[in-house]
Design a protein around this ligand. Structure first.
Ligand code: ATP
Ligand code: MG
Length: 202
């Protein structure tokens, strides 16, 4: 096949694809905030959520970030956000839980206090985007009641988007979310003995 033929074929293929995409764009007419759930055992859930924070800030939107973190970990995003970005309200649960902590009662109290902060954001229409990072673990350990949590998410302001990250999470979360992505591990550097890197892993 000559170069001219290849180019012509490519053009036809692209035209067909554009038609299909344009038709689908036309069909999406509902305007409302979305509920995104990022799960799975691979790397990329929280960092994807923080990518959306960056996007929202680009449009001058107001963002709430709640981190139900594992352990007393420092992360680049919490260091960055603690410098008080004017458009981001950031709250970190702070007390470690599970393998760093033996005090279940204290963990439950911390989870409930953190959920109070989250609930306020989820009922305040000045927030365009709310991130609930690692929320699934609070549900998995039954520190928070899944139906109560889902009720608050369901009844949030109509234009507000919410992102939940974490492994597991259960069927109800998947059911209610508008977008669900599962990040699958193919490889992870840590498993070949490479130390976690600030800026990449934390
Ligand atoms: P990231 O914050 O990098 O997007 P994540 O939110 O998808 O990761 P978490 O389960 O919250 O994943 O774990 C966060 C930390 O654990 C990061 O340092 C990440 O590199 C590391 N991690 C994630 N998945 C794996 C894995 N499959 N094996 C080993 N370490 C992992
Ligand atoms: Mg994470």
């Amino acid at each position: 096949m000559s170069d001219v033929d290849i180019n012509e074929r490519h053009k036809q293929k692209m035209q067909k694809q554009k038609k299909r995409v344009d038709a689908r764009i036309k069909e999406a007419t509902t305007e409302r905030g979305v509920f995104v759930f990022l799960t799975g055992n691979g790397k990329g859930k929280s960092s994807s959520a923080f990518g959306m924070v960056l996007r929202a800030l680009g449009y001058g939107q107001k963002v709430g970030v709640i981190q139900f973190i594992k352990g007393n970990r420092t992360t680049g995003e919490s260091l960055f956000l603690s410098n008080l970005h004017p458009d981001v309200d950031h709250y970190q649960m702070g007390t470690g839980f599970t393998w760093d902590s033996q005090d279940r009662e204290r963990d439950i109290a911390a989870a409930e206090t953190t959920w109070e902060v989250a609930s306020q954001m989820l009922s305040d229409d000045s927030y365009d985007l709310v991130i609930l990072d690692e929320l699934t673990y609070m549900l998995g350990y039954k520190y928070l009641d899944v139906e109560k949590v889902l009720d608050v998410i369901k009844n949030r302001p109509v234009e507000q988007s919410v992102v939940v990250t974490g492994r597991g999470g259960g069927a109800r979360l998947r059911e209610l979310a508008d977008t669900v992505s599962e990040v699958k591990e193919i490889k992870h550097a840590f498993k070949s003995g490479i130390k976690a890197r600030p800026g990449v892993d934390l």
